[in-house]
Design a protein around this ligand. Sequence first.
Ligand code: AHR
Length: 658
Amino acid sequence: MKQRFAFLLLILTMLVGKNYSQVNHTLVVNAAQTKATVDPTMWGIFFEDINFGADGGIYAELVKNRSFEFFKPMMGWTVNRKKLVEGELLVINRGEENTRNPRFLRVTMNNAVKGDLGLTNEGFRGMGIKKGLRYDFSVLYRQPEAHTKLHIELTDSTKRVVGDTVLSLTEAGDSWHKAAVTFHANETLLKGRLNIWFEGNGTVDLDMISLFPGDTWKNRPGGMRADMVQLLADMKPGFIRFPGGCIVEGFDLTNRYRWKNTVGPIEERQLMINRWNIEFPYRNAPDYFQTFGLGFFEYFQLADDIGAEPLPILNCGMACQFNSAELVPMKDLDPFIQDALDLIEFANGDVNTKWGKVRAEMGHPAPFNLKMMGIGNENWGPQYIERLKAFQAAIKGKYPNIKLICSSGTDPNGERFDYLNGELRKLNADFIDEHYYRKPEWFLQNARRYDNYPRTGSKVFGGEYASHVDNTVGSKRNTWLAALSEAAFMTGLERNADVVGMASYAPLFANVDGWQWAPDLIWVNNLQAYGTPDYQVQKLFSLNKGSKAVPITLNKDAVAGQDSLYASACIDAAANELIIKVVNASDKAQNNTLQLDGVKKLAAKGKLLTMQSDLTAVNSFDSPTNVAPVESTIAIKNKKIVLNTAPYSFSVLRVKLD
Ligand code: AHR
């Protein structure tokens, strides 16, 4: 109640003007007393294909509906022809002959020359085109005679060409062939398009029409957007959770995520509607599908690239309980459990095993060293526990060292949560996945949430969280208030690192032109990506996580809201440094003295990283680091540091221990 009042006061003073009176506190750090080991996996990232995060986002494919498998087979494509002759363009369904990629386009040319008959692909809300960059075009085709030329063009909305080339299709016969060509763009466009003009006579069949930029992450053909991956790599995350989120569950079981459909050659990965296509009527995205060009192999590879532990989440035999709540009867659960066992083999198995071989054929003979996986996302009720038990028995029976992450439902309290929390602890679950999408007030009030949690048994995975500001301070935007309240809460997670083993903000990415859910950690358009203030906070925690938590107290009590001050401290054993984090969530400057006990000798100066802003401040494409850490040095004298924290600030100090 007291804290609620303090928070209201904070909002009120924020609205009527700042109070610059000063408060002085002495915070005592005891660097010699280890409170908890901080797991290297403590701060991670949560990836879900929501908000056009994968297709239209980090997966760099520029062509939308490249294999004509959307419900409307020509969605994303327009035909360029003054008057289309009946039958000139046909979408043909191979049916049983190719159930994973049934449709292709048959084009009939009547002595066509460039400009007669063509197609335009609009991309995912346009295509980001960069001046001077190489573009890789490819297509699968077959034709009775070798007669077709494709004139490839990149254009702006006025049809002005900013890059072009010609691709001759030279093979004839009944088989499919791949043709590819590269060319360069001579202008930068935020919303470019792709034209294909046909030249020739007779028919040609086309499928998997694809265009990738040449600057993908690690220059991998058909790879990911380097700018987006770089933002993740810069965080040095401890783990990456994938592929969601609700997408794991599906709106019904046919729509659940099935990892086996996402590996192997991309033309054999069976496309599926993205559940976020229809989830929110007010944010409809009729063109949102999952091509799985970014599939489980690529997720594991990404984890490997950025040094994060892979954390896949699998369907537990239950579809989303907010939607169909469809259940697999227990007698039919085996294939779901087998998927989990096979995934472990895919990730870790020898190349001579069935699934280890698939991994090796995809280019990674070495194991991915999977150590943990989640069973179910936001599933609840006795039906979940019943299914989880079956998974747990089978997985632990065969792979006792694999840690399992278990769902505690959608909310961090209430009857549903209490039931699951109790049952999961009885089952000795390795990790209990708690989700909190709450107001800033909740995050500030819950900085002590884990102070009194059981210190043994199941650990907590704060698997999804984000502070949602209300309309008084900007509708659900990634404001500094949101990020600051998360920072305050995260000091509580760090202080309780023996209880909380992992945590990740959610969701990760949002495309400005195609989002369904806000706020999000990183916003992108077709050319740029920027981290929000929340991203900057996550990054600060991750880059400054330390290896063991030590106490930091105010009047012998954890610093968790007194005078709106929040703090945590840890030792980074590898760097031999003491790290202190202090959040001042008040409108007052606070002159804190940090008293450093339990240390022999300290360097004379430390590094100080400070974030401070108005509570409504945000980052943007024009000002991507408007709210970001500023680095300075700070003096240490007689094992004391005077840390003047500005109103609404977050400070991270690093001090060398000698
Ligand atoms: O992060 C967005 C969604 O929030 C996730 O898909 C789901 O797990 C949660 O409800």
